[in-house]
Design a protein around this ligand. Structure first.
Ligand code: NAD
Ligand SMILES: CCCCC[C@H](O)/C=C/C=C\C/C=C\C/C=C\CCCC(=O)O
Length: 258
């Protein structure tokens, strides 16, 4: 899938992994709607990107993925501005084990909200052009991160939701491929103040630090490269792409169909 003149929406795009995703999509010719709850960071990034890629290539929309109303309005504005949606990156996420209901609402329910609302614009069954959705999960969605049980649960949920939706899309004829990224530790703000983020599991900060040292930390650009692969490779649907310092790997799951 060539990206020239395709329209992408990235949630949690103002910084970290979402910012790198936005940049790689722009570099490959797409126009990008930058959705983020942080208005100041989102506007600052958009101003910077406008200078590099042209003001017609980006659109900042202040949007909290906890709000169905705000996502709906952001998608509508994207369609009015760019003429449709071809790519959705459900990337917004947080880590704070002491506000566990909020993690579920953003990390898992935000992905489900975003996907269902995007289908209305993207599905060929509702007049859309089809396209591709990439959800950001984590390696924690594949193997447990003991210091973050709820974060782990949300990311496992995102992996399961993605794989089931990809199969549903193929069988129903939505014309949308749906894949999931499972990065290991990535150098972003989410990795800062670790003890505070772990809540009642702050005593496991040292164990987490040992795991970080064991599997290493990667850069946001490594994640963006994997996003590009999942977006452009039209053979990929229902795939989970794991990446950490050792390299990247498509995850194999048990098969129950034989
Ligand atoms: N950093 C890591 O080690 C790592 C590893 C694997 C997966 N992830 C996942 O990658 C995604 C991005 O994380 P990051 O590391 O770039 O974090 P980050 O904190 O650097 O950036 C997150 C962005 O999401 C935005 N955001 C937060 N809540 C939001 C909401 N309710 N609605 C809209 N935007 C919201 C923030 O304002 C911020 O711009 C998350 O889903 C995270 O779980 C991160
Ligand atoms: C406190 C930082 C939290 C960062 C969360 C982020 O999503 C990254 C998670 C990355 C990896 C940890 C998840 C699970 C570990 C699973 C398997 C590791 C096995 C390593 C081994 O022992 O060989």
């Amino acid at each position: 899938m060539a990206l020239n003149d395709k329209t992408a929406v990235v949630t949690g795009a103002a910084m970290g992994i979402g910012k790198a995703m936005t940049e790689i999509l722009l570099q490959n010719g797409a126009q990008v709607a930058i959705l983020d709850v942080d208005k100041t960071a989102g506007e600052r990034l958009t101003e910077e990107l406008n200078k590099r890629y042209g003001a017609e290539k980006t659109l900042f929309l202040n949007c909290n993925v906890e709000s169905e109303e705000q996502i709906k309005a952001a998608f509508q504005k994207t369609v009015e501005t760019f003429g449709g949606i071809d790519i959705l990156c459900n990337n917004a996420g947080i880590l704070n084990e002491s506000t566990w209901e909020k993690i579920v609402s953003i990390n898992l329910m935000g992905v489900i909200r975003g996907t269902y609302l995007a289908l209305e614009h993207m599905s060929k069954l509702s007049g859309g052009r089809g396209g591709v959705i990439v959800n950001t999960a984590s390696m924690a969605g594949l193997g447990p991160l003991p210091s973050c049980p709820v974060y782990t649960a949300t990311k496992s949920g995102v992996v399961g939701f993605t794989r089931a939706m990809a199969a549903a899309s193929a069988v129903s004829g939505y014309g949308i491929r749906i894949n999931v990224l499972c990065p290991g530790f990535v150098q972003t703000d989410l990795m800062s103040n670790m003890s505070a983020r772990l809540g009642q599991f702050s005593h496991l900060a040292d164990v987490t630090q040992q795991l970080i040292e064991k599997i290493g930390i990667i850069n946001v650009s490594d994640v963006a490269d994997c996003l590009l692969e999942l977006v452009t490779d039209e053979t990929k649907n229902g795939e989970a792409l794991m990446l950490f310092r050792k390299g990247k790997q498509y995850v194999t799951f048990p098969s129950f169909s034989e």
